[in-house]
Design a protein around this ligand. Structure first.
Ligand SMILES: [Zn+2]
Ligand SMILES: [Zn+2]
Length: 307
């Protein structure tokens, strides 16, 4: 959520965007990406982008050179920043709007037992909801690129995998978008024993958050870019081998089931918050064996006492 208003950062970013602000330059990047050996000679590159004016071509290529494109013994090649520009374009968030569904899912609503449905809309949010009672099981942004070459059921699966990856990276303190440092803390709007943790009730955007009814969440805030959000506390359990082994023993196969079918992730009743010291308690609700885990302020997970 960091607000980078320092002159230097803005000027550098402006100059990078200006460098890319010409059709021919983007065409050069695309042509190098599509080249059979990912490399083209000066004349082949000029042919590939169909630029007759040699002076103009030389000028635009030189503007990209050394940062986005490099000249090697075998010709011109994309550099890492050039790849990242193409990746950002292919994610579709700048120029595409895709819609998927609603498509009925195998999993059922934890509130009313009806089938859940997946829907992806032009606001870039993928939603798993109950069409009957309106229960919002899980919602998270998804890139339109994720809908390319996939049928709706494959989009649903990709959304589940991508969301896990983004959440797990952020919970490990690494921004999934800029690689910057992510601040993580337990956040709760519940006042427990006189202790109020976090500030989520002050954030208007939180009203829209699908898990706003959870008594405690993990807030994640990138110090370097605009990424900040909240993640259900139960998600922390998914990347702890000592926990996942216990879940496996209890016949809960976390890789075979989507996030919205895992009660300890999406069910607000599975989560509680305690003070002194602040910690979340996450109960595994879909098993005969009672299991509860404690997530402390450092996101360390331990089995609850007596289990
Ligand atoms: Zn329902
Ligand atoms: Zn970031």
């Amino acid at each position: 959520m960091s607000n980078r208003e320092e002159d230097g950062v803005v000027t550098d970013a402006e100059s990078a965007f200006k460098t890319l602000g010409h059709d021919l330059r983007l065409e050069i990047l695309l042509a190098l990406w599509e080249a059979p050996e990912f490399s083209l000679s000066f004349s082949d590159l000029r042919k590939a982008v169909n630029e007759r004016d040699s002076g103009s071509f030389t000028y635009h290529l030189s503007e990209l050179q050394d940062h986005f494109v490099a000249e090697t013994d075998s010709g011109y090649e994309l550099q890492y920043p050039g790849h990242r520009v193409l990746d950002a374009i292919q994610s579709g968030v700048f120029h595409e709007q895709a819609t998927v569904g609603p498509t009925e899912l195998d999993e059922t609503c934890r509130e009313c037992g009806s089938s859940l449905a997946f829907e992806y809309g032009t606001d870039f949010i993928a939603r798993v909801r109950c069409p009957d009672c309106g229960n919002r099981a899980l919602e998270w942004p998804f890139d339109p690129g994720g809908t390319a070459s996939r049928d709706p059921s494959a989009v649903v699966e990709a959304f589940d995998r991508r969301t896990r990856l983004v959440w797990s990276c952020a919970l490990d303190g690494v921004c999934p978008f800029c690689a910057g440092r992510v601040e993580r803390e337990l956040a709760s709007s519940v006042t427990d024993q006189g202790t109020c943790i976090g500030v989520i009730e002050q954030l208007e955007r939180y009203d829209e958050y699908f898990a706003r009814n959870h008594p405690v969440l993990v807030s994640v805030d990138c110090e370097h870019c605009s990424f900040y959000s909240f993640i259900p506390a139960g998600v922390v359990l998914l990347t702890r081998p000592a926990v996942t082994a216990r879940l496996h023993d209890a016949d809960i196969r976390i890789r075979d089931r989507p996030l919205w079918s895992l009660g300890f992730v999406v069910d607000e009743a599975a989560v509680s918050v305690q003070a002194d010291p602040v910690h979340a308690e996450v109960a595994i609700v879909d098993t005969d064996k009672p299991l509860t885990f404690v997530v402390d302020e450092t996101l360390t997970v331990t089995a609850s006492h007596g289990e």
